[in-house]
Design a protein around this ligand. Structure first.
Ligand code: ZN
Length: 346
């Protein structure tokens, strides 16, 4: 039994003891969790009890954006030892599966993912995890930043899959945590300019504090006109759709240059109608992004080298004992808040 933040059913959380798997194999490490970020998906499960086909049918521990310290390592673990500070990739594939063998382990149908029902998350003092999915944090990267590697990995996956080229101009739709991290990843990946749009002025203020991120200051109906004017009538090379809002897709196509790339990152809550002919006649390429594979090392290196600074995105930190209050704040969705984190007792 271990204390954990448990989603009992929609809108009902408790901080209580629960039976969690704790057996450790030779390829696993045991980690004392230190910082866990609250993700949009945690909030979605809290509010609705489901995301698409994933339905919370039994009490589930929340949290999947975690960093901690190794306290024990299995007999076959070579790259980690007790005392190492790590961040943790929350999806566990079958590494021998066909998807894993072609490098797409994030798409392995057998993948289990923290806090995606029926799998428990990491808002609990200790977890056991495959060592191959735990990444050592260098001295320059704090545990709080380590807990930001997971959402940053989504941004880097988007940039890799889109095939960003040096000097590209990108538009990001949505300035939540993922939108901002996609924008920062696009800059780190070589974009010369990144424009961003969000209807919430407070989110735009946070995003545009970063050098290189430019605000699209237009009413929703005028975004394409603004972007065309900002690119001398050519359009942007890439649009990263990070809002999950269906109307964003109507905005995306007219902002793109001929042959541009539409990158779908935001999880729309309902099917989205696309004007396919409008995309065909301009040879718009569509790229989809689901989680990430093989990007954690890159995310950590970009943080350690000072190329991506996630610290301004951490809006508030709550103690584990106040986890329910932390979720209350995240659920209230203050427009100034980007990421709320929870610090475990350690
Ligand atoms: Zn997340």
């Amino acid at each position: 039994m271990a204390e954990a933040l448990v989603l009992e059913r929609p809108r009902v959380l408790s901080l209580r003891d629960i039976d969690l798997p704790c057996a450790m194999g030779p390829d696993d490490v045991r980690i004392r969790m230190e910082v866990v970020g609250i993700c949009g998906s945690d909030i979605h499960y809290y509010r609705h009890g489901r995301i698409g086909p994933f339905v919370v049918e039994a009490p589930m521990v929340l949290g999947h954006e975690g960093a901690g310290t190794v306290i024990a390592a299995g007999g076959r673990v070579r790259h980690l030892k007790p005392g190492d500070r790590v961040c943790i990739e929350p999806g566990i594939p079958d590494f021998s599966s066909r998807a894993s063998r072609i490098g797409l382990y994030n798409l392995d149908p057998a993948l289990t993912f923290w806090a995606t029902p029926p799998v428990h998350g990491c808002l609990t003092p200790e977890v056991v995890h495959p060592a191959s999915l735990c990444y050592r944090l260098p001295e320059a990267v704090s545990q709080a930043e380590g807990a930001m590697v997971e959402p940053l990995a989504v941004g880097l996956q988007a940039v890799h899959k889109a095939g960003v080229a040096a000097g590209d101009v990108a538009l990001v739709l949505g300035a939540g945590p993922i939108g901002i991290l996609v924008a920062l990843s696009a800059l780190a990946g070589g974009c010369a300019r990144v424009l961003i749009y969000d209807p919430a002025a407070a989110k735009m203020a946070v995003a545009t504090r970063y050098a290189g991120i430019e605000a699209v200051t237009a009413a929703p109906g005028d975004i394409a006109g603004f972007v065309q004017a900002a690119t001398a009538g050519w359009g942007v090379d890439l649009v990263f759709e990070c809002s999950g809002a269906a109307p964003a897709y109507d905005v995306a196509a007219p902002c793109l240059r001929p042959g541009g790339t539409l990158v779908c990152v935001g999880m729309a809550s309902a099917p989205v109608a696309l004007d396919i002919v409008a995309l065909i006649v301009r040879e718009i390429r569509i790229v989809t992004v689901f989680r990430y594979a093989n990007v954690y090392d890159r995310a950590i290196a970009l943080m350690a080298g000072g190329r991506i600074d996630v610290k301004p995105l951490i809006s508030a930190t709550y103690d584990f004992a106040d986890s329910i209050a932390a979720f209350g704040r995240a659920d209230a969705a203050h427009p100034d808040d980007v990421k709320i984190q929870i610090r475990l007792p350690g």
